[in-house]
Design a protein around this ligand. Structure first.
Ligand code: PXL
Length: 279
């Protein structure tokens, strides 16, 4: 049976992040992906002057129709929300579609490089904390992990003990698995560390840090990792595939700020991912 995922995050028209990145990745892996857009933006927020519309009402209307259609999902991904005001409609979506065999993936999109995005307030942080507590897997970056744990963001080079402690603390919040992504930009490496209830020890998947400040790499990473999990791979193997996929998206790409802000040229790495995740 073809796998089916409900992808709840924004549609940003320019900048190849969120839905624009996630849907092709799932599709290349042979997974059916149904979007529930949380917001419509003319571009991601790294461009000045992005026009932004909160789609809460449209989400409720879509759920009203979908409720009558007997839909089933193997997984639900929750990413960028328009704000804490959307938590009730997210709850409704989970009430309708989070079945016993549905995996919940939460990417608590709240900030990057040590700074919370301006739309992230205490209510959204609390909302993401409780969503994370119910998740099968959460995928915070280093900034978001610190926010979830109520810790200051550390600019110091990554230390394995520190990341392990954070992974364990994230599982203590209630999540059954956690992946911390990204790097502090100083070590020359980037990638992810993961731990789940079923693993004896944490695992790291690393790659050389490539130049450029690319929006959407977290969304590409999350989609590739979730696709691999839905294709039956272990968390450790899925992490490795997702790290390699993002590296292949960026290898040799023009990393000038003028180009990179339009997002990673992931299209050329999709055939590799499709082969890697073929049945
Ligand atoms: O990739 C995360 C993300 C998602 N959605 C919007 C964003 C960003 C990061 O800046 O601006 C609208």
């Amino acid at each position: 049976m073809q796998r089916h995922i409900l992808v709840i995050q924004d549609l940003s028209c320019l900048g190849r992040c969120s839905l624009l990145a996630a849907l092709p990745v799932f599709n290349a892996a042979g997974i059916r992906a149904t979007p529930l857009p949380t917001a419509l933006l003319s571009s991601h927020t790294g461009f000045p002057g992005a026009a932004r519309r909160d789609l809460s009402e449209d989400m409720a209307a879509a759920l009203g129709q979908w409720e009558t259609l007997g839909l089933e999902f193997d997984a639900i991904h929750i990413g960028y929300l328009a704000g804490a005001g959307q938590l009730p409609v997210i709850e409704r979506a989970l009430g309708l579609f989070l079945g016993e065999n549905t995996r919940l993936f939460v990417d608590p999109v709240m900030g990057d490089w040590g700074r919370a995005y301006s739309y992230c307030d205490g209510a959204l942080l609390e909302g993401f904390r409780s969503l994370c507590a119910r998740a099968d897997l959460i995928l915070p970056n280093r900034t978001e992990a610190a926010l979830l744990l109520g810790e200051p963001y550390s600019k110091a080079p990554d230390r394995p003990e520190g990341l392990l402690r954070q992974l364990k603390a994230l599982l203590a919040l209630g999540a059954r698995g956690a992946v911390i992504t990204g790097s502090n930009g100083q070590s020359g490496y980037t990638g992810a560390v993961c731990l789940s209830e079923g693993m004896l020890s944490p695992r790291a998947a690393l790659t050389a840090q490539l130049p450029g400040d690319w929006p959407g790499t977290g969304d590409l990473f999350a989609a590739a990792l979730e696709a691999a999990l839905l294709k039956g791979r272990s968390l450790e193997a899925a992490c490795e595939t997702a790290v390699q996929f993002v590296a292949r998206c960026l290898q040799g790409a023009d990393a000038s700020a003028q180009t990179a802000r339009f997002g990673a040229p992931f299209e050329r790495a999709l055939p590799w991912l499709a082969l890697r995740l073929a049945d």
